[in-house]
Design a protein around this ligand. Structure first.
Ligand code: C5P
Length: 400
């Protein structure tokens, strides 16, 4: 979904391993209708070639500050004027230091001084370097200059360490840069979501869970935040980073998820249950790891029913606009309509999870909205685009 077409974005690539993701960022920006030019620093060239970036952007890459050919065509001042946005991704610790101190010793740092465009950086570096007081001080200075900081995320790093410093995913950066202009239809509204699977412990190392990447819930959360909402995700265990500006409350079991939801639901305008909640949990949780038996070839686990979080919200006398999902392998719409009534909700997002249409782990989705006034199939698209369509219908309900 292109909310803003032909935005001119200058992508700066500095010397970090995350530069291998920069071509993807260029592509994702172009997917969103942006015109993209790339500036590659000397450090960046150690990780990615100008030819690759030229191929994905469709324009020669700018590399030098004093390039007589470039200066007679699009020189550094023209480039600084041309851009609506400048995004440096990855931005190294050294490059943040340069911005913080106004250093202008190469094309990219000079452009940043010469532009009136919106400037954003997506830092990427080793977690120790990120946490160093010098980097944090520079970061504050960069922020004070009005530069937007995107990320970084947490997780495994190329250097083998784990922690903050991973560059935000290219698609998320592109959304942040190109996503302006989204109608703020949920401005100031509180949106609470559940997302991901639940984990029902059997013993300290084992448990029962459901298949769910959490991507749909997180995409909805991001889209709601982009529409101006104040968003909280009560999230089961997933390997996704928190969407920009969204509060994530991590939980494990269905009971934890219910408690976290109930604590917040009275102050919420919209509740969306996306989580794949385990219907049953083991009746007993062993304090010690359960040992393999030498004599028995089978074992039985007694399971008890978990609370239904969506239905619990549905039965509140003063409930928010309440939306559930129905992930079904068969009789999708019939089951969705049944859930609309049995859980007393305003809308069910019906989501086929069989065969080729399966949304599991995928970045795309195709859904039908089921409401008391009928069924409405939405246009298929990536999970963010589908989220925007769902939230636009939810915004209708909130304001009606
Ligand atoms: O009944 P079923 O699990 O198919 O319903 C799916 C919907 O109900 C989803 O929105 C899911 O998040 C929600 N749900 C829940 N708590 C449960 C089971 C499902 O909130 N225990």
């Amino acid at each position: 979904m292109n909310f803003r077409k032909n935005k001119r974005v200058l992508v700066g690539v500095t010397g970090g391993i995350a530069a291998y993701k920069s071509p993807e960022l260029v592509r994702r920006l172009r997917d969103r209708g942006c015109e993209v030019r790339v500036v590659l620093t000397e450090g960046g060239k150690n990780f990615i070639t100008a030819l690759t970036l030229q191929a994905v952007s469709g324009y020669p890459v700018h590399e030098h500050l004093l390039d007589s050919d470039a200066e007679s065509g699009m020189g550094h001042i023209e480039l600084a004027r041309w851009a609506d946005d400048i995004v440096v991704a990855p931005a190294t610790a050294n490059f943040l230091a340069k911005i913080a101190h106004g250093t202008a010793d190469d094309l990219l740092s000079t452009l940043i001084l010469a532009t009136t465009a919106r400037v954003a950086v997506a830092p990427a570096m080793n977690q120790q370097m990120w946490s160093h007081p010098a980097t944090q001080k520079n970061l504050q200075a960069v922020r004070d200059l009005g530069v937007e900081i995107i990320g970084p995320g947490q997780g495994d790093q190329a250097c083998g360490e784990v922690g903050p410093g991973r560059m935000t995913e290219p698609d998320d950066i592109a959304q942040r840069i190109a996503g302006d202009g989204i109608p703020q239809r949920l401005s100031g509204r509180k949106v609470l979501l559940t997302a991901g699977p639940t984990w029902e412990a059997l013993d300290p190392v084992r448990g029962i869970t459901n298949h769910s990447s959490g991507k749909m819930g997180y995409a909805l959360a991001q889209a709601a935040a982009d529409m101006g909402a104040i968003v909280t995700i009560v999230s089961g265990p997933v390997s996704l980073s928190a969407p920009e500006g969204v509060d994530v409350v991590p939980v494990q079991s269905a009971q934890n998820m219910l408690d976290a939801v109930m604590k917040r639901v009275t102050e919420t305008d919209v509740f969306i249950a996306v989580a794949a909640v385990a219907d049953y949990r083991p009746a007993d949780v062993s304090e010690q790891k359960i040992k393999k038996s030498d004599s028995a070839d089978t074992m039985s686990i007694t399971m008890v029913k978990n609370p239904d979080i969506l239905a619990s919200v549905g039965e509140q006398s003063e409930r928010p606009v309440t939306v559930g999902f129905a992930a079904e392998t068969e009789n999708l719409l019939q089951n969705a309509r049944k859930k609309l009534k049995s859980k007393n909700v305003d809308m069910i997002v019906a989501n086929s999870v069989s065969g080729e249409e399966s949304a599991f782990g995928s970045d795309r989705n195709r859904v039908t909205l089921v409401t008391p006034s009928g069924d409405e199939p939405l246009q298929d698209g990536d999970k963010y685009e589908v989220s925007m369509q769902i939230l636009s219908r939810i915004a209708d309900l909130v304001s009606s």
